[in-house]
Design a protein around this ligand. Structure first.
Ligand code: SF4
Length: 404
């Protein structure tokens, strides 16, 4: 596996109380059933506007953030989604809708734009059992991704992101998906790859206090045939088969394993026909720090207007070696002075890792923190909160039997 040194990159300053994002779940209802989903699809689970206001109040009282990811289930199934966006906007936070897009049409998009939606993250991958796209692979799904990117670009200045869950048999398609994202760099601002995770009963046992828990009662998949331990470095290695210079700039480490990449960020600068280079660790540090200085919060999502100002970012090449290379590469052709240069983020997310000694390596500074019972909790472990009121502990297989 590729050996990346986390100390070469900027450790994102995001933490529990001062982060870039918070995760709001107005509903657990969904209109799709993805293989890798970690939330139970519940029909009558729409939260009232009052409940949502309370959760936002808890977020803003305990945590500073730039954007609120409105997730679920699928938030577009919630009848008050327009009102929810309005409420978040009124709190001077960026409403970002995390959706599979099925329920999105031009009428609803126009209403959401009026309500102040800042961006969409469309969850599209080949393991969603999506009507009309069931047997399509990740490359064939670019046509669907283009449909949504074009839809957003027509209403102007709404951030467009795509996320896909990455499985052992789909990781090979990532270079092709990133090639598509390059060819649409003017209308696609963010690409996110989330590495598939599931319960691994072969490795660990789950406990609620002294009580061993049968995980089959939870929605998490159990002992799938495919891998559940893909690492971010493997994805970088695959991407470099298409983009040999692909370089990361920032990360979030693991809560137990400091040199693990739980969130691994790359910023690339280019145009449809070419990627000219990458953002470096100093450049992204300056952007996050100045955003915090000027706006009192770390940056989550930038608007399409801002991501189309790549040339402005090249000014940071005074402090950033990576950007200096990009600058030289871009201005090899002086005519580029008169052309637009776009910035696009690529994020790799590596959820929970179960370590040999049973420890759970979570994302240190988790951006997807949500509210449950007045507490801030990991949204990826919400099923444990709902079923047991707390996160379960794990021990190496048969560990406690050996202790007795
Ligand atoms: S800890 Fe879980 S919810 Fe938080 S960022 Fe990581 S995978 Fe997402």
């Amino acid at each position: 596996m590729l050996n990346l040194n986390h100390l070469d990159y900027y450790r994102l300053p995001w933490n529990l109380t001062d982060n870039s994002i918070s995760w709001l779940e107005p509903t657990a209802k969904c209109n799709l059933s993805c293989d890798g989903c970690y939330r139970k699809n519940e029909n009558n689970s729409h939260k009232s506007i009052e409940e949502i206001r309370k959760e936002l109040e808890i977020f803003t009282r305990l945590r500073r953030c730039d954007g609120v990811s409105i997730a679920g289930g699928d938030p577009l199934t919630h009848p008050d989604i327009v009102e929810i966006v309005k409420i978040i906007k009124e709190k001077n936070l960026k409403p970002i809708i995390n959706t599979n897009g099925l329920a999105l049409d031009k009428v609803l998009l126009t209403e959401l734009k009026k309500a102040g939606v800042f961006g969409f993250t469309f969850h599209i991958d080949s393991k969603q059992n999506r009507p009309g796209w069931k047997d399509k692979n990740e490359i064939e799904l670019n046509e669907l991704r283009f449909h949504y990117a074009k839809m957003l670009s027509e209403v102007k200045n709404i951030s467009c992101a795509f996320n896909s869950t990455v499985y052992e048999d789909t990781m090979q398609f990532i270079p092709g998906v990133l090639k598509w994202a390059q060819e649409n760099i003017n209308i696609v601002q963010v690409m996110v790859f989330i590495l598939y995770r599931a319960v691994n009963n072969k490795k660990v046992d789950f406990f609620l206090g002294p009580k061993k828990i049968d995980m089959s009662q939870l929605v998490y998949n159990e002992d799938p045939l495919e891998r559940t331990d893909i690492k971010a470095e493997e994805i970088v290695e695959i991407i470099r088969t298409e983009y040999p210079d692909f370089e990361n700039c920032a990360y979030l480490n693991g809560s137990e394993q400091p040199d693990s990449f739980k969130w691994l960020l790359t910023g690339r600068l280019g145009r449809k026909n070419k990627i000219y280079g990458y953002m470096g660790s100093k450049g992204i540090e300056i952007i996050q720090t100045f955003n915090h200085l000027l706006k009192n919060r770390y940056l989550a999502y930038a608007s399409p207007k801002d991501t189309s100002k790549g040339k402005l970012m090249l000014l940071l090449s005074l402090f950033d070696k990576q950007l200096k290379k990009t600058f030289k590469n871009y201005y090899k052709n002086p005519l580029n002075l008169f052309r637009k240069l776009y910035y696009q983020s690529v994020m790799i997310i590596q959820p929970i890792d179960f370590l040999e000694d049973g420890r759970q390596n979570m994302c240190d500074g988790c951006p997807d923190i949500t509210v449950w019972n007045g507490k801030l909790v990991w949204s990826c472990r919400m099923e444990e909160q709902l079923n047991f009121g707390m996160n379960l502990k794990t021990y190496p297989k048969n560990f406690l039997d050996q202790m007795n």
